[in-house]
Design a protein around this ligand. Structure first.
Ligand code: S3P
Length: 175
């Protein structure tokens, strides 16, 4: 049974890489944010706006417990998932956790280009965004680095990133 759980900051490419990894390995792919949206018929941004972050974190934990029971899957989590409650310990018990590590500058570039509506960074651009990423990443890295595997993907450019990451992940996980 294979269960791979990708974690990392917003804009790390968890969804893009997770989907491709699942395809390559013939596994099902689940994105936790999409799963929440499908179960609740609401966008993550709407849940934040209507109920606030604490409510979202509670929901996120409950949905994580559903998704991380599925077998032969690749799961990509939200950037905050590992940092609340005992989620990180739980994920380490459930599967092969992988931290996709990128430098703040690269994350900022991805987030500036991204089309996903992300409530925590809505309206932030340029220096303000970079500053936010640096501060938040410093807070979150102690959780992210508890993953069983860490893959530093900052130095790869976008074009080769997916293919190389998949190759490295397969080597790391012996798959
Ligand atoms: C969040 C990241 C988002 C989403 C929510 C909160 C975070 O997921 O779960 O907006 O706290 O970093 P992505 O990392 O997929 O953008």
């Amino acid at each position: 049974m294979t269960r791979i759980i990708l974690i990392g900051f917003m804009g790390a490419g968890k969804t893009t890489i997770g989907r491709q990894l699942a395809l390559t390995l013939g596994l099902q792919f689940y994105d936790l944010d999409w799963y929440i949206e499908m179960r609740y018929h609401k966008k993550v941004s709407e849940i934040f706006a209507e109920h606030g972050e604490a409510y979202f974190r509670d929901l996120e934990q409950r949905m994580l417990h559903e998704v991380a029971e599925f077998e032969n899957v690749v799961i990509s989590c939200g950037g905050g998932t590992p940092c609340f409650g005992d989620n990180m310990d739980y994920m380490n018990r459930q599967g092969e956790t992988v931290y996709l590590k990128l430098q703040p500058e690269t994350l900022a570039m991805h987030l500036n280009m991204g089309r996903t509506v992300r409530p925590l960074i809505a309206g932030k651009t340029g220096d303000e965004l970079l500053q936010y990423i640096k501060e938040k990443l410093a807070e979150r890295e102690p959780y992210y680095t508890q993953a069983k595997h860490t893959l530093d993907v900052s130095l790869m450019d976008n074009y080769e990133k997916i293919a190389i990451t998949i190759k490295l992940l397969r080597e790391e996980l012996s798959l």
